[in-house]
Ligand binder design. Sequence first.
Ligand code: SAH
Length: 397
Amino acid sequence: MVRRVAASDSGFTVTISARGAARLKGGHVWVYRSDIVAAEGVPPGAVVAVRDERGQVLGSALYSSSSQIAIRSISHEAVTDFAALLRQRIRDAIAYRERIVRDSNAYRVIFSEGDFLPGLIVDRYDDILSMQILTQAMDAEPVREAVISELTERLQPAAMVERVDARVRQLEELAPRESGLVSGVKGATIFTMNGVRFHFDALEGQKTGAFLDQRENYAAAAQYAHGEALDVFCYQGGFALHVAARCSRVSGVDSSRPALEVADRNAALNGREIEWIEANAFDLLKDYASSGQRYDTIVLDPPAFAKSKRDLDAAMRGYKELNLRALKMLRPAGILVSCSCSYHVSQADFLEMLADAVRDAHRVLRLVEVRGQAKDHPILLNVPETAYLKCVIASVS
Ligand code: SAH
């Protein structure tokens, strides 16, 4: 086995402002470029010692020469062997999943900052691992080698694939790279969550895998779903397939034909009859609401409308429009499952939007469950950015 010390335990130092130091002392792990006082000669992706302006050492971090997030803290101590630290953190992340994941062979094995491995995401789908690398430091060749070899030793996957986000690589000023296999040959499998089966194809189609963060919300929604159900923004059918066991009729709506094609194969795999509708959800809800269509269960799981703080007002209008229409279309005692995966929309904002929509729709809403992301996407309380998913389940009369 090749085992090299990764990405220079470099002897380089980054000096940060008092504001940056206060952030780290407050438990956050990011320091922005505007709080960097000096980073002379530090190479992209280096492991650095972090100091404040008085020279006090605050720990070790991963440096990016291009990101607005200039350093991501990895330890309060000096790190002398980054590869060994990586391997330990990977083992810890795997052990954590062994304790908290139930009824699924698909889950997030490594959630970046949430597992103190900033810039690294690894998902497991049955015996295939899917890896995403988001920062210069994690992209360094010795780091990749340490990550791949530790995951291979511990989980013994049939294959590992890398999913490349071209935009992220550009922002990090990394050379372009193709998505594809990094080990093994298997590119497709079937995984199971909560007893529901799904196709996973790492090498074809949208290469996005599933929305693993909704895994526990699928099971929760399925407990209350009934009657005729509409899954809006259904993608490959995650909610639709879960509620199908409880509902007399299920329809799923998405604007992506490739997603619906996989959804249809997933339905067949589970012996379910589900109607898939290719449409713009806003137009469809408007038409259905005005033509008097009614449902007993409606799921809304739109893409992130607020990608930055600037988009927040428009995003809130989008959420409100969708929720208002859904509320109007629900029969008495109907179930609304309403989600938002925008980090910039707080849980309080989201509930306030829903309260507004309920008032405008002249309905009564009882909160059944206010949920977040699945436990394999751990939230660090001191790093608010690690909490992003909201999922409200409500009874509407
Ligand atoms: N509920 C899904 C995840 C939804 S992700 C699951 O649990 O797996 C968001 C989805 O919204 C994507 O599949 C995307 O294709 C779809 N989408 C984005 N904009 C849309 C629009 N205007 N109308 C319909 N679908 C849209």
